[in-house]
Design a binder for this molecule. Structure first.
Ligand code: NAD
Length: 661
């Protein structure tokens, strides 16, 4: 049951109601309003409590009210009560999480309206963004007939675009939500156990975690044992949805081994939450206050035997200032610093950065780095400065070199002055491979003379030089990282200054031919944004850098524009060539040596997953090419790694039967 139709102007005539204005209902209502719909909000609190009558007039009413799991069991009484406010013949869409069979049941109780279920998938920290950019639109029907499917289509038409849409039975929709949340619950508990094991066996947790995250089947989310205020699966959904799931499983499946496993999971998670003081109020709401007291007593008894586990064993929490923290790379860096338990402040004037990229746990100052007096006080007590704010990209600087110069050179000077005055521990400067410009040979090594080919490249080079100078003259610890074309989520997909990956993906999505400049044989080394983030953190932590070093941060493999077009797929068209360097290709051995850094992601692997996520479907030929590339890259990497170990040839490797190809 798949329906495909996009929103059109006439859908804006639909009057949309929202019952419940907690963080879910509010963010959904805001999104509808942003997209031009007439919205009525009804809730217990003023001013929305007056709108009960107006809700009756709404064509579609989304309901997002609490459905708590309590010590007495699952409670959907509020939902059953408020659904009575929906007008006769209108559509009610339950967004609240409900146990399997509830939609059917509520439909039977309310025969005069159409009841559908559409699970919500908002993440607390990014709810505003998620509401407008869903990955999935799922609608569950209590009755499968043409009339209900038509109603589902009506709802689908007013939702924002999602790459995945599904109309299914309401039981399936209800279970999908439990499936997702409880899957993450299991993952969090397991990751906490693995983390303890890493600590006990002397393995570095961050190394284990990052290598696991590089496997797409595992993914990066929910891999941090310390999350927000403590350990364990917490938040408004995980605790209550697990409790509901446990009851449901016991009731409908009843397998004693499964029941035992779920009970142990619950106990382990409660123990994690209680011992780290995380979300105790939410825990008490689901299981009662006694569960906390009981576990706290147990902890006191155990304290004498087990050492307290520090989540960041070697380093204490640091205060980090990220300039450009609302931008593409900066926002990922902020997220990671926070996930590692650091305090983060951001300076960004939102020139190219976006508010929705900003991690709500960071302190944000909307300021311009060109204004020295305004930014200077923010550097007080800062340990590390990650300087990413810039007017990036080559093309804008060619069109108008003055503004980028002001930001990239004068702004950088201000950041260095403020960092010097505040005596920060280190400045990590974001430089660019464009500094190399036209060169005879690749791979590019840090010791070749820069040959900038654009104002932007020259400005980034001046920034590096200033970093070295500040180290020599004022003793300010600095290090410059030269990034090679970054890619990843949140990269620019629109506007004139997108990078080639963004342009091609957008063209493919719009069914347009991919525009290849010249012969398409220019080659670029593409680097995954999370690898760049790791390089920044390693550079802050490494005792080997701080004297103005300049270090390449690049994957160490280049793709031609033609190859990239093949991986992205679809027809191509030629456009005039541009004057730009033929190839960027990093020699990344210095990063390996000084930072202990390794790239973890290859572009074609990322694209394979990302295309699926944004709804691009591949033909077999593209998939074959991806598989070919995968084998070639795997063999190359293997050879490169072993060359570093002891100059083995490919033949040596193939003979070496200890290795598992
Ligand atoms: N993306 C790449 O491929 C790449 C490659 C090499 C180097 N870099 C460097 O990495 C850094 C981050 O690049 P990005 O791709 O994330 O770009 P981005 O445009 O997404 O981020 C830059 C951020 O700086 C902010 N900013 C701009 N001018 C400012 C000012 N005057 N005051 C305060 N904030 C300001 C912007 O609002 C934005 O949030 C830049 O220094 C860039 O030169 C990027």
């Amino acid at each position: 049951m798949r329906l495909i139709e996009t929103m059109s102007e006439h859908n804006l005539d639909k009057k949309i109601g929202f019952i419940g204005q907690g963080w879910i209902g509010r963010h959904y209502a805001d999104d509808f309003e942003r997209r031009g719909f007439k919205v009525v909000r009804y809730a217990m609190e003023a001013p929305h409590n007056k709108n009960a009558e107006a809700i009756k007039e709404c064509d579609i009413v989304f309901i997002a009210v609490p459905t708590p799991s309590t010590p007495q069991g699952f409670d959907d009484s509020i939902l059953r009560q408020v659904i009575k406010c929906v007008g006769q013949g209108k559509i009610a869409v339950i967004k609240s999480t409900i146990t399997v069979g509830t939609t059917e049941n509520i439909q039977a109780e309310n025969p005069g309206i159409f009841v559908l279920h559409s699970p919500e998938f908002l993440t607390e920290a990014t709810a505003a963004h998620d509401a407008g950019n869903p990955h999935r639109n799922i609608i569950g029907l209590p009755i499968d007939n043409p009339e209900y499917r038509q109603k589902a289509q009506t709802v689908m038409n007013v939702l924002p675009y999602a790459p995945y849409i599904l109309v299914c039975s309401s039981r399936e929709a209800e279970l999908i939500k439990y499936g997702g949340n409880n899957w993450f619950y299991f993952k969090v508990v397991f990751i906490n156990m693995l983390y303890d094991l890493a600590n006990k066996t002397g393995a570095r947790w961050e190394v284990v975690r990052d290598a696991m995250a590089a496997d797409w089947r595992i993914g990066r989310t929910h891999l941090d044992p310390l999350h927000k205020s403590g350990r364990g699966a917490g938040g408004h959904c995980f605790i209550k949805d697990f409790a509901a799931f446990q009851d449901l499983y016991q009731d409908r499946v009843g397998d004693p081994l499964g029941i035992e496993l779920l009970e142990s999971m619950k106990k382990k998670n409660i123990d994690l939450l209680v011992s780290s003081n995380k979300d105790l109020d939410l825990l008490a709401g689901v299981y009662g206050q006694e569960v906390i007291a009981k576990n706290q007593n147990k902890k006191t008894d155990q304290k004498a035997q087990s050492p307290v586990i520090s989540l960041v064993p070697q380093r204490k929490k640091a205060k980090c200032l990220v300039t450009g923290g609302a931008g593409f790379i900066g926002s990922h860096l902020v997220d990671e610093l926070i996930a590692r338990g650091n305090e983060v402040v951001i300076i960004d004037n939102l020139l190219t950065g976006k508010k929705e990229n900003i991690n709500p746990q960071a302190k944000f100052f909307e300021l311009d780095i060109r204004n020295f007096n305004a930014i200077r006080p923010i550097f007080e007590d800062v340990d590390y400065v990650f300087h990413l704010a810039a007017r990036p990209r080559v093309q804008p600087s060619i069109i108008d070199p003055v503004l980028p110069h002001d930001i990239n050179v004068n702004g950088t000077l201000n950041v260095l002055l403020a960092a010097r005055d505040a005596k920060v521990k280190k400045v990590i400067y974001s430089s660019s491979s464009s500094v190399y410009g036209f060169q005879e040979k690749v791979p590019l090594q840090e010791n070749v003379a820069p040959n900038p080919a654009s104002p932007y490249a020259l400005q980034k080079y001046i920034g590096e030089q200033y970093c070295q100078l500040f180290n020599k003259v004022y003793g300010l610890p600095t290090v410059s990282l030269r990034y090679f074309s970054a890619y990843g989520k949140r990269m620019l997909m629109e506007g004139a200054y997108r990078l080639v990956i963004g342009i091609f993906l957008q063209q493919r999505l719009e069914g347009k031919p991919l525009t290849i400049a010249g012969d398409g044989e220019n080659r670029r080394d593409f680097t995954y944004v999370f690898d760049i983030v790791r390089a920044n953190i390693l550079a802050a932590n490494s005792d080997k850098v701080g004297s103005g070093e300049i270090i390449n941060v690049g994957r160490g493999r280049s793709y031609s524009v033609n190859e990239l077009a093949k991986i992205i797929g679809g027809p191509t068209v030629s456009i005039p060539d541009r004057l730009e360097p033929k190839e960027t290709f990093a020699d990344n051995s210095l990063a390996r040596e000084l930072l202990g850094w390794e790239p973890t992601m290859d572009l074609h692997n990322w694209l394979k997953e990302h295309k699926k996520e944004i709804g691009i479907k591949d033909e077999e030929a593209v998939e074959d090419l991806e598989n070919e590339l995968h084998s070639a890259i795997f063999a190359d990497d293997f050879l490169a790694a072993d060359k570093r170990e002891g100059d083995l040839t490919m033949e040596d490797l193939l003979q070496d039967n200890r290795r598992d190809f």
